[in-house]
Design a protein around this ligand. Sequence first.
Ligand code: ADP
Length: 548
Amino acid sequence: MLSTMQDVPLTVTRILQHGMTIHGKSQITTWTGEAEPQRRTFAEVGERATRLANALRDELGIDGDQRVATLMWNNAEHVEAYFAIPSMGAVLHTLNLRLPAEQLVWIVNHAADRAVIVNGSLLPLLAPLLPHLPTIEHIVVSGPGDRGLLADTQARVYEYEELIAGRPTTYDWPELDERTAAAMCYTSGTTGDPKGVVYSHRSIYLHSMQVNMAESMGLSDSDTTLVVVPQFHVNAWGLPHATFMTGINMLMPDRFLQPAPLADMIEREKPSHAAAVPTIWQGLLAEVTANPRDLSSMKQVTIGGAACPPALMEAYDKLGVRLCHAWGMTETSPLGTMAHPPAGLSAEEEWPYRVTQGRFPAGVEARLVGPGGEILSWDGESAGELEVRGTWIAGAYYGGAGGEDFRPEDKFSEDGWLKTGDVGVISPDGFLTLTDRAKDVIKSGGEWISSVELENALMAHPEVAEAAVVAVPDDKWGERPLATVVLKEGSTADYETLRAFLAEKIAKWQLPERWAVIPAVPKTSVGKFDKKVIRRQYADGELDVTQL
Ligand code: ADP
């Protein structure tokens, strides 16, 4: 028997229409670096998105599922593109502005982007690539920057504000199939070539509802979220869509992502929530330690994208800011888990739950798979590769150029689950603890050493600013850990001291014998530790390694 319920498609268009009317007074505040930030209501952003859609169709001739790329910071115009492009049936392709040039070229060509909306400040990045981007016919420039850089391009160039000025404020939005493409994002390639993940209207809609649930970020129209996580990093973790559903105000840093302006923004605009990767919070902590600011408006901060060192959580607890750990990936939209402890626990009892990656929502099913392909039990001890499936989890990668989508064996199981490449355990009450990435784990004499555990233990030392541990080849054991450490200014800690500090928490056979002090841990395009680079530096003899 079929149900008697209506079958209304779940679309980004619906989120736009809802946000701009029901939550029309909610605001997007974009940092400008000047005395006053730019402020725009959801009603205004919705109207401008509608005018942008008209311009893209009537002036640029964007049609069907053509890809429109954005090369932009987090700002109101980028949110306008987020809604205009998918709502008209086209596909938003957010470009990661921190990728190396050749990867950006590869990605734009693979997606066959027809137009790009670019912030003026990013023209020095885009302009030299244009001769290699034959599919780009239109360039729309928004905000300050040197337009002269585009003098030689074959593509047509438009000013964003001129383009949308005077356009109709209504659009005959198409009836879209909720399963069609709305947006695409390439994995940032921490481990290998970029791969295109294509989100559907339906997956974005359902993911947004999850972001808004109390067990996830749980915000409302009395909240303001500081969206530090870039809009090119997995749709800013779904926040632009989720905020339009429930009227959460957004504070957008634009290009002012350094610790000092972030601290100023927080003190002045008093966001109640924020979202970013651990390196951002490390930098902000150093800034407010040196030049104190009031961060206490932030009731809750979502931290993820890489493991959050427990010492960082403790440091923010002392500032009255609670970091909530989350796990996810480009392929999971990205919300996978969030670490809200079970109800009714004391602060002390909550702690072991807070330092896990968290619990899965109903929309994400999880299993752990052992080395022999066996499904492991959730006993908090059996470690295996995490596999997930659900309505906002990728089932394939974009093939490009008319090709079939592809499902590499190392990424998808035969029965259709996503292989995350993350290794961990799940407790009987469903909390995930990741011990490592499959590619980062140190395989020493048939036993596994977690690089993350060593890093967390090192970063708990008061004189250590950052630490990254990688596997290096070892004649006797196969692999052994190499500890690379960034010391805080004025530190006098030596390797023996650090090793003795580790020995208080870590089994003796896991203690690194190779050590190197480095000026900074190399970071990926989205601010994660780039261990590939450290492994290469070691192999090339570029590190000054001491063996204890
Ligand atoms: P990339 O794979 O290129 O780094 P993603 O942003 O998709 O790009 O990264 C997803 C990966 O980031 C996960 O598979 C996991 O290894 C790591 N990650 C994300 N959140 C966490 C977390 N809270 N703890 C540990 N690792 C995390």
